[in-house]
Design a protein around this ligand. Sequence first.
Ligand SMILES: Nc1ncnc2c1ncn2[C@@H]1O[C@H](COP(=O)(O)OP(=O)(O)O)[C@@H](O)[C@H]1O
Ligand SMILES: [Mg+2]
Length: 360
Amino acid sequence: MNGHAYSIEIDQVSKRFGHGSEATLALDTVSLNIRTNEFFTLLGPSGCGKTTLLRMIAGFEEPTSGDIRLDGVSLTGKLPFQRPVNTVFQSYALFPHLTVEENVAFGLEMLGRDRAAVREAVTRMLALVKLSDYARRRPHQLSGGQQQRVALARALAPHPKVLLLDESLSALDLKLRKDMQVELKRLQRETGITFVFVTHDQEEALTMSDRIAVMGRGKLQQVGSPEEIYDRPVNRFVADFIGETSFLTAEARGRTLEFGAAGRLAEGALGTTAQGPVALAARPERLRLSEDGGLTGIVSEVVYRGADTLYLVTLADGQNCRVRHTNRLGARERAVTGDRVRIAAEPGAFQLLTGEAGHA
Ligand SMILES: Nc1ncnc2c1ncn2[C@@H]1O[C@H](COP(=O)(O)OP(=O)(O)O)[C@@H](O)[C@H]1O
Ligand SMILES: [Mg+2]
């Protein structure tokens, strides 16, 4: 541990590749602080600049402008091996001719640690990733998940202050990925190392992270806990990228919402107060089909999905809205296509969207 609240400070960092008309602005004045011992995730669609940001923390790229600090000290000009940072890539990049324990020992030997210390660390790391019985095998004798754990053990062995993980679970199949999500979270807790995890998979981000930074088009869109990101997306980009969302417009009167011909939702449907025309987002599970609902519409589609059913409703003012109900054993469908229905909302179900990023 150290005296700094923040492990990594990204301070107004921009990155431009190429020159003139060929130039790409991969990152546009991104500022964010990652706490010590945090499981922090960079989440966003392909091409939004996640890998670029990770490579700048690792030292494989330098920012075009701005500064990155680790424990309060600028990393500018420091070479990758001078930074107390390790990276785990999507491809495990294990040495095929070395055994599991030799792979894990490699980084430590490069650092010039003595034999006893290397041996001790390798034993501890293999126990941590539950591969003690596989020490003498070579990578090709392991499953994908086991290889990924060797790569993790190798990266964790020198006890870096920060571990960077770039789409590190994407190559694994679903079941294994789920197991590894739990495993990674455990490793982060047990080692006390700051993890910066990159993914385009929202579910993965919501499952594992202490906090998430949502990135889009080279810009930071929102930083917050999984709950904040899911329940209070600040703009259309975030609301659209994470989870299912209906986007609606209405007239706000304090905390009530008027939808013209479709009706009105009483006090509290809007989490905050506002006046006049507003852009709104609502999660389908925060709405329900109910006789006493304030909105009217017609069901345009019913999508059965096992655990739940999604009802697509065209409201009387022409807007489209999604409502989701959890399915209970023996319960009948609540509505069929063409039914006239009413929709009610939980308090705070509607989220006010702000910011220029809302206009995609
Ligand atoms: N070395 C490079 N030269 C030119 N453009 C690059 C380079 N690396 C990344 N880019 C561009 O920067 C943007 C962000 O890329 P990247 O950070 O790899 O995104 P992500 O990891 O989120 O998919 C993309 O438009 C990509 O084409
Ligand atoms: Mg990438």
